[in-house]
Ligand binder design. Structure first.
Ligand code: HEM
Length: 424
C-alpha cells in the first residue's frame, strides 16, 4: 500500500527542518505535495501523513481510538507524565480521566479564576521596561499562573520551591541535544547524563508535590484552585483519588498548559509589537475585539503543529487508504494557514473575526479536535484574554526589523529570538 507523496530527503534532514524551521518546512511540503503529504522524521518511528483540508481533518478527529489511539504519540512524556496521565490513555480509560480532569474547567468555576490570572499578569507587566524577551517572561508568568490556579500554591515559599523543581525538569526536556540524547540512550549513565539528570529532577519534583498534597488534604481551605476541585472528586469506586493519580492529573495540566500558553502569548507580543493599530484598538477595552485578537494569534501561530494518531489498522481518509503502522495527523499549522481557507492567510488581521462570514470550524483547530480536543481550551483562551488585557497599557515595538520565524521547543513552536520587544 503506497503512502501519499512527500519529501525524499533523508529523515535526519527532515527532522532538522521540522525542528529548526518548522513553518517553512510545512509550507514547502504543502506547496510541493499538496494534501495529504507524508513526512519522515525522528519525531515518530513511523512515517507521518499530514492532512489539512476540513474534510480530512474531520475524518482524522473522528477516527475510532481503538484503531487510531493518540496516547501512544505521547509515549515519550511517560517518564514525567506518569501512568494515569490523560495524555497516555485511550478509549474508555481516557474518557473517564477526561471527565475528571475537565471538572475544574466548567463555567462559573473557571470564570472565578480570571481575577487571579489578571492580578498575576498586572504584577508581571509592572516590571516591563526597555528590551524584553517575551517568551522568557511568559514562561515565568504562565508557570506562576499554573502554580497558583492549578496546583493551589498559596504563598511565595510554595511557589518558589515548585517553580525551581519544575524548571529543572523542563530544562532537561526543552533542549534539543538533551532530547535527542535521551531518545537514543534512555539509560541512567549517572547523575550527569541527560537521562540521569532528568530522573533526579522528576524525583525531586514528585517529593515536593506529594508533600503539598499531604498539606492540602490536611487543610483544604477554600476551593480556590483546580487542585481543590480535583481533591473533591471521587473515583468510580467512591474513593478519593490517590496521591499518584492526583499527581498525574496535575502534571498533565502542567505539560498540556504551560509551554503551549507561554508560546501562544509570546507570539501575541511578537505580532502586537509589529501591529501598532491592533495595540491601539486593544486599549479601547472592547471584549469582542480582544477575543478576535486571541483567535487570530492562535490561528496564525498555532503553538502545536499536529494532532497525531497511530494507525493500528488500515483506514480510508478523504479517498486515501493509509496502511496500519502509520501516524496520521491533522496538521493544525497548515489548516489554520491555508490560503484557500483563509484569504490573506499570512496577514495578522483580528478584524477578520468581526466581519462575516464565520470561518469553517474545521479550519480553526489550534486546540485539536474530537475526543482529544485540548481539555484546557476554555482556560487557555481566558488566560490569553486576561494577560493581553493587562498588557494593553504598554506600548510595544519590535526589537528587530525582520518578523521572527518559528522554531520548535519541545512540543511547541516559539519565535526564534523569543519574541524580543521594546517597551515604551
Ligand atoms: C494556547 C494554549 C494551548 C494550546 C494551543 C493547546 C493545544 C492543545 C492541543 C493541540 C492538544 C491536542 C489535541 C489533539 O490531540 O487533538 C491539547 C491537549 C491537551 N491540553 Fe491543551 N493547549 C493549550 C493550553 C492548555 C491549558 C492551559 C491546559 C490546562 C490547564 C491544557 C491541557 C491539555 C490537556 C490535559 C490535553 C490532553 C487532552 C486529551 O488527551 O484528552 N492545554 N492542547
Amino acid at each position: 500500500m503506497d503512502l501519499p507523496p512527500g519529501p525524499s530527503a533523508p529523515a535526519i534532514w527532515q527532522t532538522m527542518a521540522w525542528m529548526t524551521r518548522p513553518g517553512g518546512f510545512l509550507r514547502r511540503v504543502h506547496e510541493r505535495f499538496g494534501d495529504p503529504a507524508t513526512i519522515r522524521t525522528y519525531w515518530t518511528e513511523e512515517p507521518m501523513v499530514l492532512f489539512s483540508s476540513p474534510d480530512s481533518v474531520r475524518a482524522v478527529f473522528r477516527l475510532d481510538p481503538a484503531i487510531a489511539p493518540a496516547g501512544q504519540s505521547w509515549e515519550f512524556v511517560r517518564p514525567f507524565a506518569g501512568q494515569h496521565s490523560i495524555l497516555l490513555l485511550d478509549g474508555e480509560e481516557h474518557l473517564r480521566e477526561r471527565r475528571l480532569i475537565q471538572g475544574p474547567f466548567h463555567g462559573e468555576r473557571m470564570r472565578a479564576f480570571a481575577p487571579m490570572v489578571a492580578d498575576l499578569a498586572r504584577a508581571e507587566f509592572a516590571t516591563w521596561r526597555g528590551r524584553v524577551v517575551a517568551l522568557e517572561r511568559m514562561r515565568e508568568l504562565t508557570l506562576g499562573i499554573i502554580l497558583r490556579v492549578v496546583f493551589g500554591a498559596r504563598d511565595d515559599a510554595d511557589t518558589a520551591a515548585l517553580r525551581g523543581a519544575i524548571d529543572d525538569t523542563l530544562a532537561t526536556v526543552r533542549s534539543l541535544p538533551s532530547v535527542l540524547a535521551m531518545a537514543v540512550v534512555r539509560k541512567d549513565l549517572g547523575p550527569r547524563s541527560p537521562w540521569g539528570r532528568f530522573r533526579l529532577a522528576v524525583e525531586r519534583f514528585d517529593a515536593m508535590l506529594f508533600e503539598l498534597l499531604a498539606r492540602r488534604r490536611a487543610d483544604p481551605g477554600e476551593a480556590d484552585s483546580m487542585l481543590a476541585v480535583l481533591l473533591d472528586q471521587r473515583e468510580e469506586d467512591g474513593n478519593p483519588p490517590s496521591d499518584r493519580h492526583l499527581r498525574d492529573e496535575l502534571v498533565a495540566l502542567l505539560v498540556g498548559g504551560h509551554d503551549s500558553s507561554a508560546a501562544s502569548l509570546a507570539w501575541a507580543f511578537e505580532l502586537l509589537a509589529r501591529h501598532p493599530a491592533v495595540q491601539a484598538r486593544l486599549r479601547d477595552d472592547d471584549p469582542a475585539y480582544l477575543e478576535a485578537v486571541v483567535k487570530e494569534v492562535l490561528r496564525i501561530r498555532p503553538a502545536l503543529t499536529i494532532a497525531p494518531r497511530l494507525l493500528l489498522e488500515p483506514v480510508e481518509i478523504a479517498g486515501h487508504t493509509i496502511p496500519a503502522g502509520t501516524q496520521v495527523a491533522a496538521c493544525l499549522w497548515l489548516a489554520c494557514r491555508r490560503e484557500d481557507l483563509w484569504p490573506g492567510a499570512s496577514q495578522f488581521r483580528p478584524e477578520r473575526w468581526l466581519e462575516g462570514p464565520a470561518p469553517n470550524p474545521l479550519s480553526w483547530i489550534p486546540f485539536g479536535g474530537g475526543v482529544r480536543r485540548c481539555a484546557g481550551a476554555p482556560f487557555a483562551e481566558m488566560e490569553m484574554r486576561e494577560v493581553l488585557r493587562a498588557a494593553s497599557g504598554l506600548t510595544l515595538r519590535p526589537a528587530g526589523t525582520d518578523p521572527e520565524r518559528a522554531r520548535r521547543s519541545m512540543l511547541v513552536l516559539v519565535p526564534h529570538r523569543g519574541a524580543e520587544v521594546l517597551v515604551g
